[in-house]
Design a protein around this ligand. Structure first.
Ligand code: GAL
Length: 427
C-alpha cells in the first residue's frame, strides 16, 4: 500500500510537472495578425514588438503580416480563422462597427479590468469611449489616433505656382483647376484604389465639408434619406467635380504608391490619413520642404484608432493580455506613434514629443476640437455597407454618374439595414 502511494505521488509530480511545462509551452508564444507592411508602419509595429520582447524575453512573437493597406486582405484571412475557432492572440482592428461585428459574433473577450487598471477611460477623448464601449464593456485597447481630414501637398509645387493652401472644398477645387492649367501633365489629386477602400475617404471628406459634422454622422449611420436629401446630392456632385483631377491610373496604385506620386511630382495633393506621414518620413521626405499638410475643415478632427482586441479562446491569453496592457502605457504609445505618423490616443504624452509640426497640431486639435470618426475604418458605417460602398464609388470614379451612385447607395443602405445596425451610436 505504501508503495502504491509512493508511485502515485511520483506520478502526480511527473504529470503535474508536465502539465506546468505544457502550460508554459502554451504561453511561450504571442500570435498576432496585422497588415502593417508598408514603409513607416512596419517600423512602428517593430518598435512595439521590441518593447514587448523586453518585457517578455521568453515569449516568441509570431506575427502574421498580411500586406494590403486598409486590411482588406488580412480581414478576410482573419475572419475565416475566427469562424473556424482558431483565433490569434490579438489582431489589428479599429472601432465602432468594425469591432462590433466581432463582438456580436461572440469572438471577443472583454478587457474591462485592463482599462480599469490603466485608468484608461479618463486618459482619452470621450469619442473613443463612445465607439469602443458596447453594452458597458470594452474589448480592446487603442494604440493611436490617426487623423484623416488631412490634405497633403507638394510644397515646392505650391510655391512655384503660387497656390493658396486650401482651407475648404472650394479652395481645393480651385487649386485643382490651377494646377491642371499650369501643369497638364501633373495629376492635381493622387489616389490609389488598388484597395477600393480608399475611395471612401474622399466620400467622407465631401460629406463632412458639405454638411458639417452632424450631417456627416447622420449620413454615415444611415439616418438620412439618401435618395432625396439635397445636402447628400450636393456632396456627391462635389465628389464628381473632383474626379477629372484625380490621377487617372489610380486603380493600379496602393495607398503608399499613390502617396509617392507627390515625391516624383506626378501628383500635387493627396487626401489621406497620417499613416502617409509615417511613409513620407520613412522614404526620407522632408517636412515643410518636400511636403506640407492642411486640415479641411480646420475646426474638426476626423480620424480613427488602431486597436488590439482580445479574442475569445486566444491560445496564449496571458501573453495577449500583457500585450494589451502594454499598449495602455505612455511608453508604448510614444514608441509606436513617433514612427507611425499618428498621435498617442492617451492624453498624458506631451504634444512636443513629435519632431514635425503636423503631429503636434493633430494632438493639440484632438484635445480641443470636435472629433468625428471615419466612416469606414472608424466603424461609423458597417463592414456590410462599406463593402458595397467601395464598389459603388469605384464605379462612380469611372462613370461620374451622380444619380446612379445615389440610387445604389440608397439601395445598399436599405439592403444592409445601415440605420438599424448603427443605432448603438445614437443610444
Ligand atoms: C488603416 C490603418 C492604418 C494604416 C492604413 C494603411 O486601416 O488604421 O494604421 O495602416 O490602414 O494600411
Amino acid at each position: 500500500m505504501r508503495k502504491f502511494w509512493l508511485w502515485f505521488m511520483i506520478l502526480c509530480f511527473v504529470v503535474g510537472g508536465f502539465g506546468v511545462c505544457v502550460a508554459q509551452e502554451k504561453e511561450s508564444e504571442f500570435i498576432i495578425f496585422h497588415y502593417w507592411t508598408a514603409g513607416g508602419e512596419k517600423e512602428a509595429i517593430d518598435a512595439l514588438f521590441k518593447l514587448y520582447a523586453e518585457r517578455n524575453p521568453n515569449v516568441k512573437i509570431v506575427e502574421n503580416p498580411v500586406a494590403g493597406g486598409g486590411g482588406e486582405t488580412m480581414l478576410a484571412v482573419l475572419m475565416s480563422n475566427l469562424a473556424a475557432g482558431i483565433p490569434p492572440d490579438s489582431f489589428q482592428d479599429h472601432q465602432g462597427n468594425q469591432q462590433k461585428d466581432y463582438i456580436d459574433a461572440g469572438y471577443l473577450e472583454a478587457v474591462d479590468d485592463i482599462w480599469a487598471q490603466a485608468n484608461f477611460e479618463a486618459r482619452i477623448n470621450p469619442m473613443w469611449v463612445k465607439t469602443l464601449k458596447f453594452g458597458g464593456h470594452v474589448y480592446s485597447v487603442p494604440i493611436n489616433a490617426h487623423r484623416t481630414n488631412w490634405l497633403w501637398y507638394n510644397k515646392k509645387m505650391f510655391e512655384e505656382l503660387g497656390i493658396k493652401v486650401p482651407e475648404n472644398y472650394d479652395d481645393l477645387l480651385a487649386a485643382c483647376q490651377k494646377i491642371k492649367e499650369a501643369k497638364p501633365e501633373v495629376a492635381p489629386l493622387a489616389l490609389g484604389t488598388r484597395e477600393k477602400v480608399w475611395s471612401t475617404y474622399l466620400y467622407d471628406m465631401v460629406l463632412l465639408t458639405t454638411g458639417g459634422p452632424d450631417f456627416y454622422e447622420k449620413a454615415n449611420t444611415g439616418r438620412i434619406d439618401f435618395l432625396n436629401d439635397a445636402t447628400f446630392r450636393q456632396a456627391m456632385e462635389r465628389y464628381a467635380a473632383l474626379i477629372p483631377y484625380i490621377y487617372p491610373w489610380h486603380a493600379t496604385k496602393s495607398w503608399d504608391e499613390a502617396g509617392a506620386l507627390l515625391k516624383t511630382g506626378e501628383a500635387a495633393m493627396y487626401w489621406m490619413g497620417d499613416w502617409i506621414l509615417g511613409y513620407y518620413l520613412a522614404i526620407g521626405m522632408q517636412p515643410e520642404v518636400d511636403f506640407s499638410v492642411t486640415a479641411i475643415p480646420g475646426d474638426i478632427w476626423m480620424g480613427h484608432a488602431d486597436t488590439f482586441p482580445l479574442p475569445k479562446g486566444a491560445p496564449h491569453p496571458s501573453n495577449a493580455r500583457d500585450w494589451i496592457l502594454m499598449c495602455t502605457t505612455p511608453e508604448a504609445q510614444k514608441a509606436f506613434n513617433l514612427i507611425k505618423g499618428s498621435v498617442t490616443i492617451v492624453n498624458d504624452v506631451p504634444f512636443d514629443v513629435y519632431p514635425d509640426p503636423y503631429r503636434k497640431r493633430s494632438a493639440q486639435d484632438l484635445a480641443k476640437l470636435r472629433a468625428v470618426c471615419d466612416g469606414f475604418h472608424g466603424g461609423m458605417i458597417t463592414p456590410a455597407f462599406g463593402s458595397e460602398l467601395m464598389d459603388i464609388l469605384t464605379r462612380f470614379l469611372v462613370d461620374k454618374d451622380v444619380d446612379a451612385a445615389i440610387k445604389s447607395i440608397a439601395e445598399a443602405a436599405e439592403r444592409t439595414k445601415l440605420a438599424e445596425a448603427c443605432s448603438w451610436f445614437w443610444e
